[in-house]
Design a protein around this ligand. Sequence first.
Ligand code: P6P
Length: 342
Amino acid sequence: MPFLKTSTLVTIERHIAEEAAFHPEATGEFSRLLRDFTLALRILARDVRRAGLNDVLGMTDGMNVHGERVKRLDIHANEVIYRAMDHGGHLCVMASEESDGLMSIPDDYRKGKYVLVFDPLDGSSNIDVNVSIGTIFSIYKRLDETATTPGTLADVLQPGYKQVAAGYAMYGSSTQLVYTSGNGVDVFTFDPTIGEFLLTFEKIRIPKRGRIYSVNSGNAHKWPQGVRDYVSNLLRPSEDGLRPYSLRYVGTMVADIHRTLHYGGIFMYPSDSSSPTGKLRLVYEVNPMAFIVEQAGGRATDGRQRVLDIQPDSLHQRVPCFIGSEDDVRDAEAALVAAGDF
Ligand code: P6P
């Protein structure tokens, strides 16, 4: 794998404090924000691990804002993160996949200069079968950093290149936190015996090209012609042995991106005839993953433009996405152009 395994004993708190040196304007507020957030992740790591025992699985009678039946663990995760983050004084507003609109900071708590958006439990369709699920998050500075009023929708709907930090936790055989604040991508593994996230891989670099593609092929009949041409070509054996590619698809974005980050290749959720803007959400799924993959040397577009340059129009806006190794994403874009999809 193209990154260094570290042997020094570095907790995420120490790592963030050391990274603060790259941000002279840092007041320590950002470090305290992340400390509170990792507390929520520690709680969710415990609760996801015990989910099968606590009977929190299974369908609720609730529906989320998108009309999808919501599993109890989704709601629980949303509440855990909100309660961990609502009183620290670092945030002026939050928003999540499970929230209809903005998640306000309670009146009697100070409004800070940061904004947190998150998908509390990505991959909820996999909760019942013990397949990896995760939490995805992004942090922005509010538009007026001097304001002390509640944050607004404009503070949340910022283009992805404005992200101050982004990351995801993956609750699998171990709980890993993959994180960037614009200075490369680092991986922390949770040690439940000491309750700490320890730095395990530093400055991940995604391979320039991989040999894996990741997409829900069940939608192939609905894809734009360029996507079908691109995937057909990946399956055509080449004389240099680079093709055919292998298909790997977990159905949890966190798991599919995590594998792509380490092994290279491409993760795609294209638009299709029934979902003209794809399925995945720009603000709290695709933007954070795009920031991470770009920081690891990869590429993330909607098939035509850089994801991080897109100005969001609404909180739950969907966007087609092609994310992964630079060469693989560019090949997909070229196939879309060749087929006249743009
Ligand atoms: P499909 C999980 O429900 C999710 O939001 C992402 O984590 C995942 O990449 C995608 O949807 C899977 O969608 O349509 O392939 O089941």
